[in-house]
Design a protein. Sequence first.
Length: 256
Amino acid sequence: MSLSQIERIRLDKAAVDEGFGLRRADEGDWVCYDSLGAPASIRLTCSDGEYVVAVNHAGVVTDLDARWERWPGLNGSPPLGFAAFSVSDTMPLHRLVREMWQLARALPIEPLRMFEAETRNLPRTTEIERLVVQRVGQNIFRDALFAYWGGVCAVTGVSELRLLRASHIKPWAQCETDGERLDVYNGLLLAAHLDAAFDAGLIAFKDSGEILISDNLAENDRRAMNINSRLVLRQVAIGHLENLAWHRLNLFASVA
């Protein structure tokens, strides 16, 4: 798996352009990168005409498994502690590396770590003080959802920031821990009209991502908001399933 100069240039560009700008010493034919903005490292190489990217973040690997092809490793294996994925062209290479960076920043442990760091010295005695702490958490949660969903609605693809809402699946007040409140798998980035309907229990989502529409949502309102049976979540990770089930049982079922 000896890398050519042009392959090294392409791998370097993908890593640096998509958030992994800290170059480390090569490990054999693997070029190595860290990131200042995400708690993950990646290793890249080429094998049998494909680009191979390995990452050392277990949560990222679990999420990527639903959408990306694992590298079969016929002529080698990823570095110890890394799992590798392969793509055939530079465009998907950039998308894959970008997803690794976004996921590493968004997955549960990182938002919680940020929240604890930012609120450690904040008082929580009065209601106003507790609301300040809550606002910090909600802002971190919103940023995590934007990173996870790539800044577009999880259903419609709307990308105008002013029309997007960070929607909890299990509401903030119903969560028992800060970790649950800030868990990116307990949220969906939705266009404002879908967020309102989801929050009210007028729509929900199956484990497959397909929409469920309450009988309480009038046909005229469905048409006006273009809420129909063709709508589907762009992706559903294993981590979403328990929360989607909770929403169906406790919010959607109560108004259906």
